[in-house]
Ligand binder design. Structure first.
Ligand SMILES: NC(=O)c1ccc[n+]([C@@H]2O[C@H](COP(=O)([O-])OP(=O)(O)OC[C@H]3O[C@@H](n4cnc5c(N)ncnc54)[C@H](O)[C@@H]3O)[C@@H](O)[C@H]2O)c1
Length: 383
């Protein structure tokens, strides 16, 4: 059994968590760390007994690592990821893959050209409930998708938004709830319900003192004409009590919090509607609360293990670069639609989106109140 030598770029809350993750995995070895604040890089390098760098290019050219994990603010994911791939390294990018679809394109293209392993940290895919839901959809149990819904409530304090100069600004982060919290659920929603071809969204800053959106509501349209509804916020409790509904011709799948329900129809709606000979006839519906394994390993550690297995043994990735790109299409379509107050077709017009981001970045103001914290959500840290 081989070992993948890993370097981590970004020694903030999540980067530090990944250092501890890597040390706990048999097939990975932490060999170097990087942070553009040298003091931070040095402190973490010493803590883990590895080389440290303040410039990721130097680390990538040092020969000390076979692969990198990119854990820096979103705007830098693409440059760092592409540079690593072009220098023969495998890449695991934190979510969101990038800020713009044009940057995500660059990463996917560089990965293809390099032939290196390229994946994205959408760790919720490892959770049994979503694996089971995908299995049901793939089995054809609900038939053709007729309607979807995703409600994704998160909660963040103003103190959270004030914890880094980059957070919640167009220049530093490139979006709000859509780019930071929602990518996890959007990834799952697309995986289960399919990929919309058109989005009409409203975005706004409802509660927080920030530049970017903390609330979004959107109407989706799919290739077969089906409609869907999407909502995300950082102003609602209880947190992460999300709801996903995928309604098909033969049944529907509902995820409410961490419960999974399958409704099976006794006949497809598209057939029965025209075959029924009674005025008030209806289809029999059976509801089943689906069981799924609960004692399996999940989370970021499983994505890193999968990354290593793909490098060492060619194992199939749980999340492809194209999956990350699709999530970016959804996010960019919502932001563009909200800002321009129009329906946006997917694939998103790359040039139009880049123009919008450039003008938003120009209008972006440095934050007055920043109390820097390098701490990730404690719920993401394995006990
Ligand atoms: N998968 C998840 O659930 C999850 C959770 C938290 C954060 N993240 C992602 O991780 C990334 C980092 O978030 P965080 O919360 O750790 O932020 P953070 O502010 O705590 O840390 C970012 C670190 O990157 C360093 N940095 C900035 N620019 C750099 C550069 N060019 N080169 C090297 N270092 C640089 C900063 O000095 C800082 O130490 C974000 O993209 C975020 O979306 C993912």
């Amino acid at each position: 059994m081989g070992t993948v030598r890993i370097g981590i770029i970004g020694m903030g809350g999540m980067g530090y968590t990944h250092c501890k993750n890597i040390v706990s995995i048999k097939e990975t070895k932490l060999t170097c760390v990087c942070d553009n604040e040298e003091k931070v890089a040095r402190e973490k390098g010493r803590e883990f007994g590895v080389e440290y760098f303040s410039d990721y290019r130097e680390m990538m050219k040092s020969g000390l690592c076979d692969a990198v994990i990119v854990v820096i603010p979103h705007w830098f994911h693409a440059d760092a990821g592409v540079f690593a791939l072009e220098n023969g390294l495998h890449v695991l990018s934190e979510k969101p893959l990038s800020v713009t679809v044009s940057d995500a394109d660059r990463m996917v293209k560089a990965a293809k050209q390099s032939g290196k392993v390229f994946t994205v940290m959408h760790q919720m895919r490892t959770e049994p409930i979503f694996r089971k839901a995908k299995e049901i959809i793939n089995s054809g149990a609900i038939g053709e998708v007729m309607r979807t819904l995703c409600i994704d409530p998160w909660y963040r304090t103003q103190f959270y938004y004030d914890s880094g100069a980059w957070r919640a600004t167009w220049k530093g982060e490139g979006g709000g709830v859509l780019i930071n919290q929602a990518p996890h659920t959007i990834d799952l929603f697309i995986m289960l319900g399919g990929f919309p071809v058109r989005i009409k969204a409203n975005t706004r800053t409802r509660l927080h003192k920030i530049e970017v959106e903390d609330e979004v509501a959107a109407l989706l349209e799919y290739k077969n004409g089906a409609w869907g509804y999407y909502y995300a916020t950082t102003c609602e409790l209880p947190e992460r009590q999300f709801r996903i509904e995928i309604v098909g011709d033969k049944g529907k799948l509902i995820i409410r919090g961490y419960n999974l329900y399958l409704y099976r129809y006794s006949a497809p709606v598209s057939k029965y509607t025209f075959e029924a000979k009674e005025m008030w006839a209806g289809i029999t519906v059976e509801k089943e609360a689906l069981k799924f394994k609960s004692n399996v390993a999940t989370g970021a550690v499983e994505i890193i293990k999968n990354f290593a297995a793909a490098i060492l043994r060619g194992e199939k990735l749980l999340v492809s670069g194209e999956d990350g790109l699709r999530t970016m299409e959804f996010i960019n379509a919502c932001i563009l639609s909200g800002k321009k107050n129009k329906s946006v077709d997917i694939p998103v017009d790359r040039k139009e989106y880049d123009r919008l981001m450039n003008s938003l970045k120009k209008s972006s103001k440095p934050k007055k109140r920043v109390v820097v914290q390098r701490a990730t959500d404690p719920r993401l840290i394995k006990k």
